[in-house]
Design a protein around this ligand. Structure first.
Ligand code: G6P
Length: 621
């Protein structure tokens, strides 16, 4: 989604800001903009002037524009990548937005919900708006309240404006009249301040900070920070002093650079064995038949009493949640449901006593998932998070949780986070199962299998060339089916989603048995149908479903268990995965599907890491 970077220090702001903005490109956006304050000498002393440049499309377009005009001077500035919500993709709607009186510029992530009422008020005061955005309303409101003569400086004006606002925001603000000040604030949308030597770099995502400093603090909701080159002062919007905790950013620069790979998605697919080893480190004790999960152990008594588990998320995270549902029923014997958080939130859900809600999210910032979580908490559920980004909003709002530990995921199409989510849900269900009915033998068997998953994934990755060749055979096809049963029905959904997201090929995922109840009408000669047909309790049933597709001319690509020669009779192409216990199989069967989607997108010439219309983290409902 939208990205923010701001800087105050002694260096030329433009370069730092653009470098940071490029690191945030992965989040998805459709326009970009920058503003700096540059000082010039006049007879009356130093005068600062605000310069704003915006461009539709990529950050590269903004760079071209800046180059044509000779660049921006100044060592204070801010910039933004916008993912359109209020108003179309135009330069007028791109950030930074300005007020019409004092040379105030503002960038904003989030949504000002009461912007219409505020706009009417501001128009009655004579302000004229240039854009259709909610953000411009906030810039104008700060300008309207700004009154240095009455002691209302930029910091106070920002505080006052934010007291009038409902909605979510991460904002950075500068003003011509206070050229050595940067004011930033947050509610509901992440913002961090990197603390350097005489300089500060603020960003909505720490990946834009780490190349400058590893010391940073994360703003809490309703925090406002006034930053100068000498230091910073933090307060609430009601001007109550706050002491932020400066922490070491746990982010390695190498983790957010491409290295020898062509795309982040490719890097992250190949990183999965290593990422999963990290997920498992210190958590699996085969000898004692034990799962160690420090993040939830304080709630053991509630977990044992659980009568219902509701797993929520969106997109890929929901697919992992659906696998989680099968795991919890199968291994922990607790009634479980999975549901889109966006639906759960608004359908007046029934939360009985001893219910647990598990929010699954890579970013920990997805607005729908956060809203669903809050609803469940309000209704008395114990809330757990299965989250990747440490310190994210959802991870802070849940009662307890287990981090994925798969490292930063930059590729918009989620891959290693999916496998990490399934792995953590497996750990959690074994943890819970063991405390309820699971024998130590069964537990040991599962943990032994689980520990081997990273190596099994590695084996699938070795087939990359073959997977690419098979994908190339069908690259002209515009409609694909992905079918699976049991644990691998959600894997089929994930395979279809991956293909859609980055190759823009229409794909449907569904339970293999459901196909004959309608979707079978879609099957035409040569249509690719990917079947997850690994050896498992429903293998024979899947073979029957394969035959139904074949009989109508569909071409079968089967994901099958190594050594299964029989399947070759039914499939045009077979992609083998190693034999693993059925309940652990999605972590290996999804790998060929991820690689197929990746190769399809590359073969079709798409920008894999910046798919059209998508955002890495969707912070609007
Ligand atoms: C967006 C992304 C998806 C992702 C979903 C949930 O829609 O494009 O790839 O699966 O959000 O994200 P989360 O961060 O909550 O896992």
């Amino acid at each position: 989604m939208c990205g923010i970077v701001a800087y105050i220090g002694s260096k030329k702001a433009q370069e730092l800001l653009l470098e940071g903005l490029k690191r945030l490109e992965y989040r998805g956006y459709d326009s970009a903009g920058i503003a700096t304050l540059s000082k010039s000498n006049s007879t009356t002393g130093d005068v600062a002037s605000l310069k704003v440049v915006k461009a539709v499309g990529r950050v590269a377009n903004l760079e071209d524009k800046l180059e044509d005009m000779g660049g921006l001077n100044g060592s204070v500035g801010l910039c933004h990548t916008r993912w359109a919500t209020h108003g179309g993709v135009t330069e007028f709607n791109a950030h930074p937005h300005t007020d019409d009186r004092f040379g105030i510029a503002l960038v904003h992530n989030g949504i000002i919900e009461n912007y219409a009422a505020l706009k009417t008020y501001l128009e009655s005061k004579g302000h004229v708006f240039k854009s259709q955005t909610d953000t411009e309303v906030l810039a104008m409101l700060i300008g309207e309240l700004y009154s240095p003569a009455e002691g209302i400086d930029l910091e106070a004006a920002v505080q006052a404006a934010l007291r009038e606002v409902t909605g979510a925001y991460a904002i950075c603000v500068i003003c011509e009249k206070e050229p050595d000040v940067l004011v930033v604030a947050r509610k509901g949308s992440p913002l961090s301040v990197g603390v350097g030597n005489g300089e500060f770099i603020v960003a909505s995502d720490p990946s834009a900070i780490v190349s400058h400093t590893s010391q940073a603090f994360h703003l809490d909701d309703y925090n406002v920070v006034k930053i100068t080159r000498q230091g910073f002062k933090t307060s609430t919007i009601h001007n109550v002093a706050v002491t932020p905790k400066v922490v070491q950013l746990e982010l390695d620069l190498e983790e957010i650079e491409l290295g020898t790979f062509s795309h982040f998605m490719q890097k992250e697919i190949f990183e999965q064995p290593k990422a999963l080893k990290n997920t498992f480190r210190g958590r699996i004790n085969v000898q004692d038949s034990k799962v160690v999960l420090g993040g939830v152990s304080n709630f053991d008594r509630d977990l044992v009493k659980a009568r219902r588990i509701i797993l929520t998320g969106q997109g890929t995270a929901l697919h992992a949640a659906r696998i989680g549902r099968y795991l919890f029923e199968d291994l922990a014997k607790v009634t479980s449901h999975d549901e889109y958080a966006s639906e759960f939130r608004y359908r007046n859900p029934i939360i009985e006593e001893n219910s647990i809600v598990i929010a699954v999210s890579q970013s920990g910032e997805t607005a729908d998932t956060l809203a669903g979580l809050r609803e469940a908490k309000d209704r008395g559920a114990l809330s757990l998070g299965v989250i990747n980004v440490v310190g994210s909003t959802i991870s802070r709002e849940t009662d307890a949780g287990v981090y994925l530990r798969v490292g930063p995921e930059i590729g918009v199409a989620s891959t290693k986070a999916f496998v990490g989510q399934v792995a953590v849900l497996t750990l959690l269900s074994i943890y819970l199962g063991r405390k309820r009915f699971m024998s130590s033998e069964h537990c040991r068997e599962l943990l032994t299998g689980l520990e081997q998953i990273p190596d099994k994934i590695q084996q699938v990755l070795e087939y990359d060339d073959l997977i690419k060749k098979v994908t190339a055979k069908y690259i002209e096809k515009e409609n694909w089916l992905f079918l699976g049963r049991g644990y691998n029905y959600p894997t089929a959904l994930e395979g279809a989603l991956k293909l859609k997201e980055i190759s823009y090929i229409h794909a449907e995922g569904m339970p293999a048995a459901e196909m004959k109840h309608g979707p079978i009408a879609l099957i035409t000669e040569g249509m690719p149908a990917v079947f997850i047909a690994n050896k498992g309790p429903q293998y024979e049933k899947v073979i029957s479903n394969i035959q139904e597709v074949r009989a109508r001319g569909g071409h079968i690509i089967a994901v099958a268990t190594e050594g299964d020669e029989h399947i070759k009779r039914y499939a045009e192409d077979v992609l083998y995965v190693p034999d693993v216990p059925e309940c652990l199989s999605p972590m290996v069967t999804v790998i060929p599907l991820q690689l197929m989607a990746y190769h399809a997108a590359v073969l079709r010439g798409h920008d894999v890491d910046k798919p059209r219309n998508l955002a890495k983290s969707v912070t609007v409902e």
